[in-house]
Design a protein around this ligand. Structure first.
Ligand code: NAD
Ligand code: 4PL
Length: 247
């Protein structure tokens, strides 16, 4: 498939995990993709390996307004427009409730929720100029499950879902769609660095379809919502978790 020929996309969190997997898919389907991540060396390497030869890499802290503005200036300088934004950058913490400090709460909110807002603010301004846009925010099925040891993360992801509904309303008149994808536990570099890596058996027990979640299982839903043909779908949340949550 070549659904993204002629399209320009930004993917945050593209140095690894789910972000990198969707950036690679958009590239292989013809998009000029800007791989954005706070890990500048990571996105340089990922963009070099991407299919199609049109990928670029930008080091960006999504929680920092100046950094987010500079990222969008770079993309406009290189390609002159923006069609697709995938917000996958996030901190995936493991902190029990009785150890959660306000400082840690703010650290996660700054990246996960403020970062999503700042990216959507800049991107929607550019998309509005074209009267076209696809925004896909990566939330999490933990917002339905109330997953333990990450209350601040769950709150930030619930914020993303609710924000996405409101933003879909705000941007509908500009023919820009905004949707959330809610993955279940997925085997990524980030998860491997936390005790979440030991939760796969428990989560599998709750899944309707058995097996271990990997980034490639999440990619098709994101790519569909980012494609032109998803034009009649906005303000929605789609769980991609082998049926762990069914409500
Ligand atoms: P990961 O930790 O493997 O990768 C996250 C990436 O985000 C990293 O490359 C990191 O450098 C980048 N990042 C962190 N802070 C940043 C910042 N301030 N600015 C820019 N980039 C920053 O994560 P993952 O497991 O691939 O998760 C990707 C997305 O999917 C996240 O939004 C996560 O919340 C969501 N998600 C993951 C799972 C899972 O189990 N892995 C489940 C549900 C949802
Ligand atoms: C079910 O988003 O959705 C662990 C870690 N378990 O980050 C998540 C579940 C994790 C999740 C998540």
């Amino acid at each position: 498939m070549n659904r993204f020929e002629g399209r320009v996309a930004i993917v945050t969190g593209a140095a690894q995990g789910i972000g990198r997997a969707i950036a690679d898919r958009l590239s292989s389907e013809g998009a000029a993709v800007c791989y954005a991540d706070i890990n500048g060396a990571g996105v340089e390497a990922a963009a070099k390996e991407a299919d199609g030869g049109r990928a670029m890499a930008v080091a960006c802290d999504v929680g920092e307004p100046d950094s987010v503005e500079a990222l969008h200036r770079d993309v406009i300088g290189a390609h002159g427009k923006l069609d697709v934004l995938i917000n996958a950058a996030a901190i995936v913490p493991f902190v029990p409730w009785n150890e959660l400090t306000f400082e840690e709460w703010r650290r996660v909110m700054r990246v996960n929720l403020d970062g999503c807002y700042l990216m959507c603010r800049e991107a929607s301004e550019l998309m509005r100029a074209n009267n076209y846009g696809r925004i896909v925010n990566i939330a999490s099925n933990s917002i339905f499950a109330g997953t333990p040891n990450m209350a601040h993360y769950v709150a930030s992801k619930g914020g993303i879902l609710a924000f996405g509904r409101a933003l879909a309303t705000e941007l509908g008149g500009d023919t820009i769609t905004v949707n959330s994808v809610c993955p279940g536990l997925t085997d990524t570099e980030g998860v491997q660095q936390t005790p979440h890596k030991d939760a796969f058996d428990f989560v599998e027990m709750l899944q309707a379809i058995k097996g271990r979640g990997v980034p490639q299982h999440i990619v098709p839903a994101i790519a569909f919502l980012a494609s032109e043909e998803a034009h009649w779908i906005t303000g929605q949340a789609l769980a991609v978790d082998a049926g762990m949550i069914r409500w």
